[in-house]
Ligand binder design. Sequence first.
Ligand SMILES: Nc1ncnc2c1ncn2[C@@H]1O[C@H](COP(=O)(O)OP(=O)(O)OP(=O)(O)O)[C@@H](O)[C@H]1O
Ligand SMILES: [Mg+2]
Length: 260
Amino acid sequence: MNTRPDVVISVKHLTGGYGEREILHDINFEVRRGEVLVIVGSSGCGTSTLLKHLIGLLPPRVGEVWIEGENLLATEGEVRTRLQRHFGVVFQSGALFGSLTVSENVALPLGEFTNLPDAARHYVALSLLEVVGLGGSAHRMPAELSGGMQKRAAIARAMVMDPHILFLDEPSAGLDPVTSAGLDALILDLSRYFGITFVIVTHELLSINAIADRVVMLDQQTRSIIAEGTPAELRRQTGNPAITRFFNRKPDPGQTIQTR
Ligand SMILES: Nc1ncnc2c1ncn2[C@@H]1O[C@H](COP(=O)(O)OP(=O)(O)OP(=O)(O)O)[C@@H](O)[C@H]1O
Ligand SMILES: [Mg+2]
């Protein structure tokens, strides 16, 4: 079964979670080539779990994830490895190795997956650190970087194998608005100039409006998708108060103090 050429990821009837615990139920959506797709949902509703299913870290209980025309779970050995090299991931914790310098961190996957000599690995790492605005910090240790710089370094490391798709889990969590806007600009640049497709989990409405081509919204109660569309479409959506509140940043009346 093949997908349309403009579709990079196709999620079909995915039901998943951990052991007996179902977190996601009958999830269906597509990611198109070159777009920035944002996944949102209240904390704990399963956005990180969905990312783990998408990258093949967690097998779904039911359903399929097709990436670039291949059924991810049905692939094995070399085919699976080749497919997985097409994507880079920055996890929510985004951890860099504390005992390695920033450039050693970025170069690490090259040591694992290529035969490039040391000097070439170093050169690639430095070039990518320039791209993410960290050219001057290559020799520093991760602990010497701010949170925003660490995120940039983690993005550089995720890019080092020249991925077609980047998965980012809450890249701007805990960052001030200016640093967060800087990360948004970086994501847009990487999308524009490198043609990378992004799948990003974020709850920051300003970021969503700035970067998202489309948004998929998960719902904790039904464990499935309750809304899908451009940020503007979702702002205009009137059918479901939870969606309207989220995209217009209004409080839930049930959670405010009622005064007469
Ligand atoms: N390894 C695991 N084993 C069992 N349950 C887990 C595991 N990881 C997460 N969960 C549970 O799955 C549910 C969804 O977790 P997940 O990390 O996907 O949430 P999230 O939507 O990413 O939340 P947040 O926005 O706070 O990061 C939670 O109830 C969590 O307790
Ligand atoms: Mg999460």
